[in-house]
Design a binder for this molecule. Structure first.
Ligand code: AMP
Ligand code: MG
Length: 498
């Protein structure tokens, strides 16, 4: 271990997951990397976590977040989980390259820190335990982009790079992302024990999750009712998360049950993509040949994944009918959540009868026209601001510019103006500008920052981090980051390889 380890200021480690015992994880130390350097540092988040600046700025912190030094008080471990991958039971998976450092007490509550790409674990299977710079930058930027958009997500504190070689389709270099969340528990953690018939451990895990992450359920009587309450909460959070994803045009790309957070967070950033042109059938994962995880299928897949979780919790809930009823709640919660999100994008203060039709028709309009999703919504917001002032139809010209079939757009606009006629249009515009981002992490923006970073210039990463952490702000002078994607963007192919 690095000699600087001893000089690190102690952090308030708790290691709560470690107390669960060896059925749940294996203690494992990170594997050091050579000649490490910072690639990205999230100052604002470090501050929010209450990390002492002396700690954060030290060489020792760099070494610790590279996995070259174990921090005093932290118990490093890899957890075991299983899961369904692409709809098929895959058996045991586990943290193959993520290493938990334990939990620290922060002003944001207890937060778990993980190093992703810190070397082999007992769950690495055929993998090398590493992550490449390219995918680490994508995870780092997208975690913070999602947070900036107000979407539940795991966070990213830093990326450390190293010249150490990692073999993928070509030779790349290694990096480690420090990611942070109240918990990294996945649906797959529960599936793991249920599939093995280990009901005691299953219950232990559910009790742990409830005690630490769903304490509102502690008022329910112990036993089946409480576990049903757990499932119900996860159904609700997952439905809310999916509504966020669909509304912002986010494709996750690998919605396997081991990539589904129990807390309803966006987790495991791989071949994700924010839509450019609106195409419901868009598949962002080059390895997803069937289109199982296409954009428009995501809510249905979330529902399928929740069924896997429900099945796993059944030995604790002990009531199949009640389980199915709670799971089926998704079918009403998700559409209601989506309407809420879309109403905000339209500047509506509440969802009224008939609004669903307006929302449905805008999706259809955008799909037929393959309109650029983010640009349409941002221009619509700005047009509303102008229209609120002038009451003149020319205020919508910049939106007309993104359509070929002007008649279809004008028809939809007429319905929209009728709906907003009684509203305070200034307020509408304000709501819209706060819900329709100017900046999203389009694939080509990420690719440009990655290409620069590979040459040793990390300024592109820092610029994107700044823009994406406040995506609703104008950031005058950075218009090219909010522009239409270049033609080559549609040729970017991102697979599971990371
Ligand atoms: P993912 O598709 O990234 O969610 O990964 C699925 C499973 O493969 C998880 O158990 C990961 O920990 C594991 N895995 C992915 N990449 C690697 C790698 N390079 N080394 C070891 N395990 C990996
Ligand atoms: Mg994963």
């Amino acid at each position: 271990m690095h000699p600087l380890a001893d000089t690190l200021l102690p952090l308030p480690w708790h290691n709560r997951f470690a107390t669960l015992g060896h059925a749940f994880h294996t203690p494992v130390a990170p594997t050091p990397l050579r000649d490490v350097h910072w690639v990205g540092r999230n100052e604002a988040f470090a501050h929010a976590l209450g990390l002492p600046p002396d700690w954060w700025q030290s060489q020792a912190a760099l070494q610790a977040l590279a996995g070259n030094a174990v921090m005093p008080g932290s118990q490093t471990l890899a957890s075991v989980y299983s899961g369904h991958q692409f709809g098929v039971w895959a058996g045991q998976l586990g943290d193959g390259r993520a290493l938990s450092l334990g939990e620290i007490e922060t002003p944001m509550g207890m937060q778990e820190l993980q190093l992703k790409g810190a070397g082999l674990t007992p769950y690495s299977r055929m993998g090398d335990g590493r992550a490449v710079l390219r995918s680490s930058i994508r995870e780092y930027l997208c975690s913070e982009a999602m947070h900036g958009l107000g979407i539940p997500t795991t966070r990213a504190l830093a990326i450390v790079g190293s010249p150490d070689k990692v073999l993928r389709e070509e030779t790349e270099t290694a990096a480690v992302v420090t990611r942070v969340a109240p918990s990294f528990l996945r649906f797959g953690h529960f599936e793991h024990f249920a599939a093995a018939g280990k009901h005691e451990e299953l219950q232990q895990l559910a009790d742990f999750a409830i005690a630490h992450h769903f304490s509102e359920l502690l008022t329910l009587p112990t036993g089946p009712q409480r576990y049903l309450g757990l499932l119900q909460t996860v159904v609700h959070r997952t439905a809310a998360l999916l509504a966020h994803w669909q509304a912002v045009g986010f494709c996750h790309g690998v919605m396997n049950t081991d990539n589904m957070s129990l807390l309803g967070l966006t987790i495991d950033y791989g071949p994700f993509q924010f839509l450019d042109g609106f195409d419901p059938a868009h598949i962002c994962n080059h390895s997803d040949h069937q289109g199982r995880y296409a954009y428009a299928r995501q809510p249905q897949i979330a529902f399928w994944n929740l069924y896997c979780l429900g099945q796993a919790l059944l030995p604790l809930i002990q009531d199949q009918d009640a389980t199915v009823e709670v799971l089926d709640g998704f079918k009403t919660i998700y559409p209601a959540q989506l309407d809420l999100r879309m109403a905000a994008k339209l500047g509506l203060q509440e969802v009224q009868t008939g609004d669903h039709g307006l929302i449905d028709s805008v999706f259809r309009l955008l799909a037929t026209e393959r309109t650029d999703y983010a640009i349409f919504w941002r221009r619509l917001s700005q047009a509303m601001a102008a229209y609120a002032q002038s009451q003149h139809l020319s205020a919508w010209d910049s939106v007309s510019d993104v359509f070929i079939n002007l008649e279809a757009w004008h028809n939809w606009r007429a319905a929209y103006l009728q709906r907003t006629a009684g509203e305070d249009l200034r307020q509408c515009a304000k709501t819209m500008l706060a819900h329709n981002p100017k900046f999203v992490l389009r694939n080509h923006l990420g690719e440009q920052a990655i290409a620069q970073a590979k040459m040793g210039d990390f300024s592109g990463v820092a610029t994107l981090q700044k823009l994406l952490s406040a995506p609703f702000d104008e950031h005058t002078g950075f218009e090219n980051y909010a522009a239409f994607p270049p033609d080559w963007a549609s040729t970017i192919a991102i697979s599971c390889s990371s």
